[in-house]
Design a protein around this ligand. Structure first.
Ligand code: SF4
Ligand code: SF4
Length: 309
């Protein structure tokens, strides 16, 4: 997204929804994770509904609402919360003294972002950490990401990105020289299964994963993340296909299994949506161990297991 300054110069801004310090699961050391808004997949188990739309949106915490009605009075659209007429102007939030309303998503220049990130530099240096760009799909804002990564690099920060890689390779390739670590999702090998679960086929994704070992990508640390989702890919046939695909790659990525957890239905309600994966059961530790054995010869670990122990 761009705007112009008083001299008509273009200023590049990204749309973010969070900056999370002290992250320990998004790359080496202690990291600050920057969450960019917008995603071009719609995985039905998505844990971050607030990440999906590019534009800012209204968040309503019903448990804090005291029913005073000030929000409806302030709304220029006649009380448009969670309707197509709401443009997230935030006037209702400005009048809600109970703190039940807020707007998720804001624009920020890359320079301002990196200035904020550099406050954590001492922590990065002590822990071997750095900055991770996540989402949503950060590669949907490639110019902003490139500028932010360039500034991180100029300041000597370790950089990582978390992507689903559902974008043209031409958008990924220019960023690779600016990245130390690439986390890339691998959700399913079966194209129809992938389409039914995410709204999109997987050909671009698989091609991109293959190319992560080539050219400028060579030498990056690549970690493939496989979400293990009940009723979608939690079966030996699909996981074995993924393991075969990984073994056939021209490089040796690490693999993380991410067990499903359904701890986010309250978050969907805050954005006026329902959680399509409501009631699904998380895979058990033993089941995950059994699945992990399908990945013999591949360096594999689990992410987020603390939610199950
Ligand atoms: S202004 Fe806040 S507390 Fe009052 S009705 Fe609206 S959401 Fe509830
Ligand atoms: S964000 Fe703006 S348009 Fe949306 S409900 Fe609040 S006041 Fe109305």
């Amino acid at each position: 997204m761009t705007r112009t300054d008083k001299d008509g110069e273009s200023i590049l801004k990204g749309i973010l929804f969070d900056i999370q310090p002290f992250s320990v699961h998004d790359g080496p050391g202690i990291r600050t994770t920057v969450f960019l808004k917008g995603c071009n997949l719609r995985c039905y188990w998505c844990h971050n509904p607030e990440s999906q739309r590019m534009e800012p949106e209204l968040c309503f915490k019903s448990s804090l609402c005291i029913g005073c009605g000030a929000c409806a009075q302030a709304c220029p659209k006649g009380g448009a919360r969670f309707t197509e007429h709401c443009d997230a102007c935030g006037r209702c939030a400005g009048e809600c003294y109970a703190g039940a309303l807020s707007v998720t998503g804001y624009a920020l220049e890359a320079a301002g972002l990196v200035e904020r990130l550099l406050r954590d530099r001492a922590l990065f240096e002590r822990s071997g950490g750095g900055v991770t760009f996540s989402g949503g799909e950060p590669l949907l804002q490639p110019e902003f990401l490139q500028e932010a990564l360039t500034l991180c690099r100029q300041n000597g920060l370790h950089t990582a990105v978390e992507t689903a890689a559902n974008v043209p390779w031409a958008r990924i390739e220019p960023l690779l020289g600016l990245l130390d670590t690439v986390f890339c999702d691998l959700k399913a090998l079966d194209p129809e299964l992938h389409r039914r679960a995410t709204g999109c086929g997987n050909r671009t994704i698989l091609d991109n994963i293959r190319r992560l070992g080539e050219g400028r990508a060579a030498g990056r640390q690549v970690i493939l993340r496989i979400p293990v989702i009940p009723g979608f890919n939690d079966n030996e046939q699909e996981l074995s296909r993924m393991a075969d695909f990984i073994r056939a790659l021209p490089y040796s990525p690490q693999v993380e299994l991410l067990p499903f957890h359904g701890l986010c239905s309250a978050k969907y309600a805050m954005y006026g949506r329902t959680y399509a994966a409501e009631g699904l059961k998380s895979p058990g530790t033993e089941e995950l161990r059994r699945f992990s054995r399908l990945f013999s010869g591949i360096q594999i670990s689990f992410k987020g297991m603390e939610a199950f122990t």
